[in-house]
Unconditional design. Structure first.
Length: 552
C-alpha cells in the first residue's frame, strides 16, 4: 500500500498578516526603541516591514556601540524619506571628523527638525560644520561636547527653533568685536520662537568675563545657566519667562531681565561676595515669583544676605525650598536680631510651605527655622530633612518648642535615606515626627502631598543639576590640584638639582645607588616602602623605579 504524502500546513494569506495591520505611528514607536541593527532586521518579519526602516521619520543612534561610520553612511543614503529627528551619541572615537560634516550637510538638506549630537569620549573637540546653521526647520537642537564657530555670512537664522541645549560646548570667537559671547548672542537672537534655553558648562575660547553680550529672547519660557566660571553677559526682554535656574558664581546679573519669572532656582552658596550688591540693587520686585529653590551656606554672611535679598524681592512667594550646605566656621551668629534686621513688611504674606534639606542643625540654621515659624503667618508646613549623620533629637525637641505665628503650622521631621539632599520625594524618606502648635482647627496632614507625583520629574531634574554642579566643582579642584602638583614637582626638581651641584653628585653615582637593590643576594628579603608603587605610577613616567629597603 502506497504511503500518503505528508500533509502540508495551510499557507497564511498575506492579507491576514497581523503585523501589517499595525498603524504607522505604532510601528515608528516600536522601531524607535530598538537598536538600529535590530530595526533593519525587522524587514524579514513582514512584507509590510520590508522597507519600512528606510522611511522612518527618526534615526536614533543613542546606542551606537558596534556601528561604524560607513554603516551610518549606508543608513542615510538608503533613506527615501525626510529625516525629522536625528539623535547620535558618538561613542566610537575612531569615526573621522569629516563624517560628521557630511552627515550634517545631508541632514540640512533633508529638513531635520530635532537634532542631538553628543561626543562623550572624544579627547579633542569636534568643530561642527557650518551647515548646522542651515537646518532652518530645526525645532530642537542639542549639542554636547563639541565646538561651534561664528555663523557663516548670509546666516538667516533658525526661525522654527524652540529648544536649544548646549552642554560642554566650546564657542569660538573670531575677533575682539566678534567674541564668543556675541556668537552665542547672535544664535539666540536669530531664533525668534525660542522657548527653552539650557546652557551647561560652556567654554568661551579667547574670551573673558568683561566682554558684553546679552540674551534676548522675547518668547523664552524656560532658561537654565550652569557653570563654575564667569560667563559675563546679561538678559533683556524676557517678558514670557516662567522658569529659571542659575547655578554659577556670577549669575546674579542674569536676574536683571527676569522680572516676570514664576519659578526660580538660585544657588547663593556658590556665588561670589560681590554678587550681593547686584541682588541688593535689583530695580524691581518679582511680582509673579511663586516658587523659590535656593542653595545657602548658613556659615557665610554673604550667602545669607543674598537669600534675604531674593526673599525681600518676592512679595507673593508661596513655596520656599532651602538646600543647606553649612560647611566651615560660621562667620557670624545669625540670631534673631540679625534676621529681624533683614525683614521688611511685605515679606512672607503668602508663604505657606517651607522645605529645608541637607540640614546639619547648626546654630544659624536653627535661628532661621525659629525665624520662619515666628514670622510666617500663613505657614502650613515646615519640612526639615537633615543630612544622614545629623539626626539630633535635642534639636528636634528644640524646634518643637519654637513659637508659631501661624496656628495651622505643622513641622515635619524627615529621616533621609537618600544621599541626595534635594530629592524631596517621600519614597526614600521616613517621617520621624510631626508637631502641631495648638491649632484653632485641626487638620489631618496628607503626607503624600509633600511630594506629589507631578513634581517627581522636576525634582529629578534638580538632582541632576546639583550633581552636575558637584562634578564641575570637582573638576575645578582637580585643575587646582594638578597645577599645585606641577609647581611642587618643579620645586623638587630644582631642589634636587641644587643638592647635586652643591655636593658634586653626578648622574652616574645616582644610577649606582639605584642598582644597589638589584645587587642584593636572592635570599635577602626586600620590603617595598608603603606608597612607593603609587608614587612611581604618578611620578615615574616611563621609568618605573622602585624604592626598596632591607628588613632588619
Amino acid at each position: 500500500m502506497a504511503e500518503s504524502p505528508p500533509s502540508r500546513k495551510p499557507r497564511v494569506d498575506a492579507a491576514a498578516d497581523a503585523l501589517a495591520s499595525l498603524p504607522l505611528d505604532v510601528l515608528d514607536n516600536i522601531f524607535s526603541r530598538l537598536h538600529i541593527y535590530d530595526v533593519v532586521r525587522t524587514s524579514v518579519l513582514s512584507r509590510a516591514w520590508r522597507r519600512r526602516w528606510e522611511s522612518l521619520p527618526s534615526v536614533d543612534l543613542n546606542s551606537s556601540h558596534g556601528i561604524s561610520a560607513s554603516d551610518v553612511d549606508a543608513l542615510l543614503l538608503r533613506r527615501s524619506a525626510p529625516v525629522r529627528s536625528f539623535r547620535l551619541v558618538a561613542r566610537d572615537t575612531s569615526w573621522p571628523e569629516s563624517a560628521f560634516h557630511d552627515w550634517l550637510l545631508y541632514l540640512s538638506r533633508r529638513g531635520v527638525r530635532e537634532l542631538l549630537l553628543d561626543f562623550p569620549h572624544r579627547l579633542g573637540t569636534i568643530r561642527l560644520h557650518s551647515s548646522v546653521f542651515s537646518c532652518r526647520e530645526l525645532t530642537s537642537l542639542s549639542l554636547i561636547k563639541c565646538c561651534i564657530r561664528l555663523a557663516p555670512a548670509g546666516f538667516r537664522g533658525l526661525p522654527n527653533l524652540k529648544t536649544l541645549h548646549l552642554k560642554k560646548v566650546a564657542i569660538e570667537g573670531v575677533s575682539v568685536q566678534e567674541h564668543a559671547g556675541t556668537v552665542l548672542e547672535a544664535l539666540i537672537a536669530a531664533s525668534p520662537l525660542l522657548e527653552e534655553l539650557i546652557l551647561t558648562a560652556l567654554g568661551f575660547i579667547d574670551d573673558n568675563s568683561d566682554n558684553d553680550w546679552t540674551i534676548r529672547a522675547p518668547n523664552l519660557r524656560k532658561v537654565r545657566i550652569a557653570s563654575c566660571f564667569d560667563y559675563g553677559g546679561r538678559t533683556e526682554n524676557l517678558p514670557l519667562l516662567k522658569e529659571a535656574g542659575l547655578y554659577g558664581p556670577n549669575d546674579a546679573k542674569f536676574l536683571t531681565g527676569m522680572a516676570g519669572v514664576a519659578k526660580l532656582e538660585f544657588y547663593c552658596n556658590i556665588i561670589s561676595p560681590t554678587e550681593v550688591n547686584v541682588l541688593e540693587q535689583l530695580p524691581f520686585l518679582f511680582e509673579n515669583l511663586r516658587s523659590l529653590f535656593i542653595g545657602v551656606n548658613f556659615c557665610r554672611v554673604s550667602h545669607i544676605s543674598s537669600m534675604f535679598c531674593l526673599l525681600r524681592s518676592a512679595p507673593v512667594l508661596e513655596e520656599l525650598d532651602v538646600l543647606g550646605s553649612s560647611d566651615g566656621t560660621q562667620e557670624i551668629e545669625a540670631n534673631n536680631e540679625f534676621l529681624n534686621a533683614q525683614c521688611v513688611g511685605h515679606m512672607f504674606t503668602k508663604l505657606h510651605t517651607v522645605r529645608m534639606k541637607n540640614i546639619k542643625y547648626r546654630s544659624n540654621e536653627m535661628h532661621f527655622m525659629e525665624f520662619v515659624l515666628s514670622k510666617v503667618k500663613a505657614l502650613q508646613l515646615l519640612s526639615i530633612s537633615p543630612c544622614a549623620p545629623y539626626d539630633k533629637k535635642e534639636a528636634v525637641n528644640e524646634v518643637k518648642e519654637y513659637p508659631r505665628a501661624s496656628p495651622d503650622a505643622h513641622v515635619v521631621f524627615m529621616r533621609r535615606c537618600s544621599e541626595y539632599a534635594n530629592d524631596t520625594s517621600t519614597k526614600n524618606s521616613e517621617v520621624i515626627g510631626t508637631d502641631e502648635a495648638r491649632p484653632r482647627r485641626r487638620h489631618r496632614l496628607d503626607f503624600e502631598s509633600v511630594a506629589q507625583v507631578e513634581q517627581l520629574q522636576e525634582e529629578v531634574l534638580k538632582l541632576k543639576n546639583v550633581r552636575e554642579l558637584g562634578l564641575m566643582d570637582k573638576l575645578r579642584r582637580l585643575a587646582t590640584t594638578t597645577r599645585e602638583y606641577r609647581e611642587f614637582r618643579e620645586y623638587i626638581n630644582s631642589a634636587m638639582q641644587l643638592i647635586r651641584e652643591q655636593h658634586n653628585i653626578n648622574q652616574s653615582k645616582i644610577s649606582q645607588l639605584r642598582g644597589c637593590s638589584t645587587a642584593l643576594p636572592s635570599d635577602h628579603p626586600v620590603t617595598l616602602e608603603p606608597g612607593a608603587a603609587l608614587m612611581n605610577t604618578v611620578i615615574g613616567g616611563a621609568e618605573s623605579s622602585r624604592a626598596s629597603s632591607p628588613e632588619d
